[in-house]
Ligand binder design. Structure first.
Ligand code: UDP
Ligand code: MG
Length: 313
């Protein structure tokens, strides 16, 4: 199989037919031997699944996975990746915001020696000011907080080599944030720029609730920064407390300028406040290590080696 095209579907009844027409005509010009289109129906409540089933009768290269309910975009894509068999795998939105006409360019670039070619949005049409603003801020905050380079202004529209899919399958984490995971994997990555179109029909399946969840998944899967803040705050507060305690003692015993009970109360409150924050920070450090282990990611990924695969004794 030369190419797998992965298409997550959530209430896209009006977009599926135009999408597959455009996909087939574009991919037809690429001179590939075999292509598969994998539709993942992510619990659509409209006629999407019927349309997919119909199309799969008509064209043998159309495959589908019908999920039992709405699991969300990232999980739908993961299901598609798990079942894909292509040497190259491309992920594309069903709403025609990602132009299928870009696929040949992505594919060509991939074959010049890259493992990941993502499509970077030069501009975005037909999306609200608020969505664009929050997306812009999110990508930049995420970049600051994580140690890996997650590209800004990039969705999941991309093409990846089979090697990448095989590693993604070894990453059993529950919180999928594919953009981060792909960057984390490494190999040679590059991008192609494009202008993002308007949605062909229907409305976005990404509610604010889903966007926030995705943002939190992205941050917590790739950064311990929020936990670190607590530890840092603990030390800052403790330092300030230390000086305030000195001041309270000074007022009580030397300048004798105090109200009864004030000094002991101040000392108790400041001391406990500092200790508590440091305590939470320490617990946080352990939790971050536990969460790293629970993610169960491979420790490293080998690009190449001249040591042959030994059978384990
Ligand atoms: N999608 C999905 N499950 C969801 C939400 C969206 O499979 O819960 C699919 C949707 O059908 C589309 C892609 O994910 O193919 C991107 O979604 P959408 O266009 O709604 O997001 P936006 O472009 O507004 O960020
Ligand atoms: Mg869209």
């Amino acid at each position: 199989m030369d190419l797998s095209v992965i298409i997550p579907i959530y209430n896209e009844e009006e977009n599926i037919r135009p999408l597959i027409d455009r996909l087939r005509s574009v991919v037809g010009t690429m001179g590939l031997n075999s292509v598969e289109y994998i539709f993942i129906n992510d619990g659509s409540r409209d006629r999407s699944m019927e349309i997919i089933a119909e199309l799969s009768q008509k064209y043998s290269e159309i495959k589908f996975i019908n999920l039992s309910r709405n699991f969300g975009h990232q999980i739908a894509v993961t299901a598609g990746l798990d079942k894909s068999t292509g040497d190259a795998v491309t992920i594309i939105d069903a709403d025609l915001q990602d132009p299928p006409e870009l696929i040949p360019e992505l594919y060509k670039k991939l074959k010049t020696g890259f493992e990941v070619v993502y499509a970077k949005r030069r501009s975005r049409q037909g999306e609200g000011f608020f969505k664009k603003l929050t997306a812009k801020i999110f990508y930049r905050i995420l970049r600051k907080m994580t140690s890996i380079k997650i590209p800004v202004d990039t969705g999941d529209f991309r093409i990846v080599d089979r090697k990448i899919v095989d590693v993604l399958k070894q990453m059993p984490e529950q919180q999928k944030f594919l953009r981060g995971q792909t960057s984390w994997i490494g190999f040679n990555q590059t991008f192609v720029e494009y202008d993002r179109d308007e949605r062909h029909a229907g409305k976005t399946g990404y509610t604010y609730k889903k966007m926030i969840r995705m943002a939190l998944d992205g941050i917590t899967s790739f950064s311990n920064f929020p936990l670190k803040i607590v530890t840092i705050a603990g030390f800052v507060v403790s330092t300030i407390s230390f000086f305030m305690i000195l001041y309270a003692l000074y007022s009580r015993f030397i300048s004798k300028d105090y109200q009864p009970g004030w000094a002991s109360l101040m000392i108790a409150v400041l001391f406990i406040g500092g200790i508590q924050l440091i305590g939470i920070g320490i617990i946080g450090e352990y939790i971050s290590r536990i969460s790293a282990n629970i993610r169960n990611r491979p420790l490293y990924i080998v690009r190449e080696s001249n040591i042959s695969e030994q059978t384990k004794s």
